[in-house]
Design a protein around this ligand. Sequence first.
Ligand code: ZN
Length: 142
Amino acid sequence: MIQKQKYQGLIAACGMNCGLCIGYLRERNPCGGCFKKDDLNKPKSCRSCAIVNCEFLKRTASGFCYDCEKDPCSRLKQLDKRYQTNYGMSMIDNLNFIKAHGMSGFLKNEEARWTCKVCGSGVSVHRDFCLNCKAELRGHSS
Ligand SMILES: [Zn+2]
């Protein structure tokens, strides 16, 4: 039997790991992630996301932007730039890794990368401290 990996089913078309989002990790009204279609807890910006609703994306075999004829499009590059600048994470790097090495390897890396070294809980890309033990996180966010 194949064990379910952490973050499985939480990687959005753009390469975002929804499991790292503060919207997903918050205790009150957590968002179910990009794939949970009619989730009212989903942030407005995610519900109206130009990437997940993109016509070109619908034509891809994998459902990920790396398979798209327009990849990397200006929308993806804009999002990627915002995340690189604000959170030290790149969606495009994520997509390239998944394309080259597969989803399973990506998920394994993500689990190692986004785990609090102090308490072992999953951390958020949007915070520079652990949500559980409040330990300061190094390496992402400036
Ligand atoms: Zn912690």
